[in-house]
Design a protein around this ligand. Structure first.
Ligand SMILES: C[S@@+](CC[C@H](N)C(=O)[O-])C[C@H]1O[C@@H](n2cnc3c(N)ncnc32)[C@H](O)[C@@H]1O
Length: 191
């Protein structure tokens, strides 16, 4: 029996319900990533391409990678390059990308450390990983993730700022910079 994937079901409504509110993060993503026209960017857990759509003209190439076929279908409708996968490792060679984005996605992944190690492998030397995630140090987030989101997506698991820093250090990232943003945080880490 095939496993229910919440994101396949939600894909058609995602941009309409989340887009406008979520898009407040775009200026900060651009500021942290400092995109250049030569950049190859992987938007991992990039879903409908909400972020990729806003940065595609600033870089050489952006690829939206996701495990949800439904979400990627919406990204493809926007003319974005998509990459569908079910398990790690991803089939990109070592040191392929200048920037990797993990926006509002890591807390949905079942194997966070494996994913971070994989992003490290795929980043070029000096390349940057940008993460946006809910801040599990905050009670409101603890309640919302455990009581609401977990019912919709059983993989959901929040990380405090020190947990995310530890995970990144264990994956060999350097210059880990974490800043609070609304009810979450942004992280920039360098290979
Ligand atoms: C909240 S959405 C965020 C989408 C997009 N990054 C954004 O900010 O609009 C979370 C995304 O993570 C994806 N996802 C969940 N588990 C995943 C996994 N193990 N690997 C890759 N993507 C995954 C979901 O399919 C969904 O598209």
């Amino acid at each position: 029996m095939s496993k229910f994937n919440f994101w396949n079901w939600y894909a058609k409504w995602y941009d309409r319900f989340e887009g406008q509110r979520a898009n407040r993060d775009i200026p900060l993503i651009k500021e942290l990533a400092q995109f250049s026209l030569e950049d190859k960017v992987l938007d991992l857990g990039g879903g409908t391409g909400r972020v990729s759509e806003k940065i595609k003209d600033l870089v050489d190439e952006v690829i939206v990678a996701d495990t949800s076929f439904g979400m990627l279908k919406e990204a493809a409708k926007k003319g974005l390059k998509t990459f569908s996968f079910a398990v790690l490792p991803l089939s990109f060679p070592d040191e392929t990308f200048d920037k990797i984005l993990l926006i509002k996605a890591l807390h949905h992944f079942s194997y966070p450390e494996e994913y971070l190690k994989e992003t490290y492998r795929m980043l070029k030397r000096g390349g940057a990983l940008i993460i946006e995630d809910p801040d599990y140090d905050r009670w409101l987030i603890k309640i919302s993730l455990t009581l609401v989101e977990k019912f919709l997506d059983p993989n959901v698991r929040g990380y405090t700022k020190s947990q995310i820093k530890n995970l990144l250090e264990r994956s060999s990232f350097k210059n880990i910079n974490i800043q609070r943003w609304r009810l979450g945080y942004f992280v920039k880490a360098v290979k």
